[in-house]
Design a protein around this ligand. Structure first.
Ligand code: ATP
Ligand code: MG
Length: 230
């Protein structure tokens, strides 16, 4: 379980401070699929970065089971992230001078997982594996970035607008794949989006507004990537 308590984050200097996260508390159950919804600028990416240990809050605590990651040193935090956390960025952040296969393998090596080839097959990139990122379509690049995160076999997978840059057909494919991984791998998934329709696929939906959580709701039934509106 992830439990965040009273997270506060501000940017700026002494004369002008802007509060980005305003006392956020939430819990995320193991193996659940949570969607965080909110308008542009509401603080979704900042929250995702802080929950996953990419950034540190000004105050508040983030516990993963028995570990409060805000008490970890930078090197301990890096180690923790390496072992437990996968992250998929909206802009992919693939290494341009590495092939699809090398990018994915890097994720696997980080976690000492020898069977990265299985992940390449799972995302249907066998024929594309020798290509460099600039030779791949947006959807293929996003699949590489998801495969790179999954090759680590993370316990927790964070996804920031994974379909934000994709057309409907590719977006649905990626979402179907993500939902399938969630079912098969038992990974805890937290996905950020401004697309309300995607929220219908989740177990839990958290709505953010101006750095606060407005509502949290559980879905009684979940839709598939092909049932939601686009
Ligand atoms: N490094 C930074 N320095 C200063 N301000 C920042 C920084 N990062 C984010 N912000 C500000 O914090 C607010 C929240 O940003 P954040 O990226 O978390 O929003 P978001 O909900 O992810 O938006 P979007 O849907 O557009 O991605 C914005 O007003 C943004 O300008
Ligand atoms: Mg964002």
């Amino acid at each position: 379980m992830i439990s965040a308590q009273n997270i506060i984050k501000t940017y700026g200097n002494k004369t002008k401070k802007t509060q980005i996260l305003n006392n956020i508390s939430l819990t995320i159950a193991d193996r659940s699929f949570t969607v965080i919804l909110g308008a542009s600028g509401s603080g979704k990416s900042t929250l995702l970065n802080i929950l996953s240990g990419l950034e540190r809050p000004d105050s508040g605590s983030i516990r993963y089971a028995d570990t409060d990651i805000t008490f970890l040193s930078d090197s301990q935090l890096t180690e923790f992230r390496k072992e437990k956390i996968g992250f998929v960025f909206q802009q992919y952040y693939l290494l341009p001078n590495m092939t699809a296969e090398q990018n994915i393998r890097m994720g696997a090596d980080l976690a000492g997982n020898p069977d990265y080839r299985e992940t390449i097959r799972a995302v249907g990139l066998e024929n594309e594996r020798k290509k460099y990122p600039d030779e791949l379509s947006g959807g293929e690049q996003q699949r590489v970035s998801i495969a790179r995160a999954l090759a680590k076999k993370p316990d927790f997978l964070f996804l920031d607008e994974p379909t934000g840059a994709l057309d409907e057909k590719t977006g649905r494919q990626i979402l179907a794949y993500i939902a399938d991984i969630h079912q098969r791998c038992g990974v805890t998934m937290i996905l950020v989006t401004h697309n309300q329709n995607i929220a219908e696929m989740a177990d839990t939906v958290i709505r953010m507004n101006s750095g606060r959580i407005e509502t949290e709701q559980k879905n009684q039934t979940k839709k598939t990537a092909y049932e939601i509106a686009w």
